[in-house]
Design a protein around this ligand. Structure first.
Ligand SMILES: Cc1cc2nc3c(=O)[nH]c(=O)nc-3n(C[C@H](O)[C@H](O)[C@H](O)COP(=O)(O)OP(=O)(O)OC[C@H]3O[C@@H](n4cnc5c(N)ncnc54)[C@H](O)[C@@H]3O)c2cc1C
Length: 305
């Protein structure tokens, strides 16, 4: 059970020994030594300034692209969801969203105001911070082409406003200045039609529901698509649908999804990821790269209880 610490001057919520399975969509994995959910941006900067210089940090939005190994994370997790909130129009077509705002909320707000282009975000079950870190995308849309600027923080608590030209942006990746994290994004949208945008959202969600196991615990696509091909096609062609490792299974519905059938450990999931990667390399001669982020320690390296 988590404990809060009231002996400091921060205004956020500090938790110890927090099970990360409760904060990741795979619902598996170890514990974090400490987690902090800041009260707001200013409080976050104070907290960061007070951290030991060598404290390992892991930023987590909705944990929908993250596996924390069973040995846990021996450092501090920063939670952004429910913390870095705020969604406002800063001019006629620029929407500013906190890094902890869900992608779905951004998509709905744009559609409601009659702006188009961000409907693809509706079915991505993460935050805007995660979408920036991953350059999340779907159905032909990607996050970064819509970014006008991002607001970031470094460990010292120093703030920056950066533009896309400060980042190396690619398929499911965005590399910027090391040691900076996203606090907010300014998104440029195009004038459209409310009914058309809302209907596009419904259509994309229906397509997703028909092709992906959205009701099961997963992290979405496990592997990046290799150039000119699809990871799901390669995995299926290698005969791996339904392959099981402990409580983890390659989805029958979408071969690039690994499902936690109920009691999977992070080790089950990571072992299955490796088995799929090795088998596809053997059969297809293509080395798939994971899209999901893996953090933390292997179980035998477990630190504290
Ligand atoms: C059912 C399902 C469907 C999915 N479909 C898609 C899809 O269509 N397209 C797609 O691209 N993805 C998809 N995903 C994956 C996932 O939703 C996206 O990658 C999403 O952008 C992750 O956001 P998050 O807030 O959950 O990030 P997390 O999982 O919490 O974190 C992911 C990475 O981002 C980093 N990060 C998080 N917040 C910040 C921040 N503020 N600053 C810096 N780094 C940060 C984390 O440290 C971590 O490395 C799907 C996942 C599921 C479960």
């Amino acid at each position: 059970m988590m404990t809060a610490d009231n002996t400091h001057h921060w205004r956020g919520e500090l938790l110890y020994d927090e099970p990360m399975a409760e904060h990741t969509s795979w619902r598996a994995g170890g514990r974090a030594r400490r987690c902090y959910r800041p009260a707001d941006r200013e409080d976050l900067c104070t907290f960061l300034r007070d951290l030991a210089a060598d404290e390992p940090l892991l930023w987590v939005g909705l944990g929908s692209n993250l596996l924390v190994r069973d040995g846990g994370f021996a450092g501090t997790v920063i939670f952004t969801f429910g913390a870095l909130a705020g969604l406002e129009w800063v001019d006629a077509n620029t929407l500013r969203a906190g890094a902890g705002v869900s992608c779905a909320k951004v998509a709905r707000e744009c559609a409601r105001q009659g702006f188009t282009g961000l409907e693809f975000l509706a079915g991505i079950p993460g935050t805007m911070g995660g979408a920036l870190a991953m350059n999340a995308g779907a159905f032909g849309g990607e996050t970064w082409p819509h970014v006008k600027a991002v607001e970031t923080v470094e460990r010292s608590g120093r703030l920056h406003t950066r533009t896309p030209s400060d980042y190396r942006i690619g398929y499911r990746q965005a590399e910027g200045v090391p040691g900076e994290w996203f606090l907010a994004v300014q998104l440029v949208t195009a004038r459209g039609d409310v009914a058309a945008a809302q209907s596009r959202i419904r259509e994309l969600l229906a397509r997703r529901g028909a092709t992906q196991p959205t009701q099961q615990y997963s992290c979405g696509s496990v592997f990046r698509n290799p150039p000119g091909d699809y990871a799901a096609r390669l995995i299926e062609a290698a005969g791996l649908k339904g392959l099981q490792q402990g409580g983890a299974r390659v989805s029958e519905q979408h071969a690039n999804f690994i499902i936690n059938t109920g009691a999977a450990t992070a080790t089950d999931i990571e072992t299955l990821i490796n088995r799929v990667r090795d088998r596809v390399a053997q059969v297809q001669g293509i080395c798939l790269e994971p899209e999901v982020r893996i953090a933390g320690l292997a179980p035998d390296a477990e630190t504290s209880g």
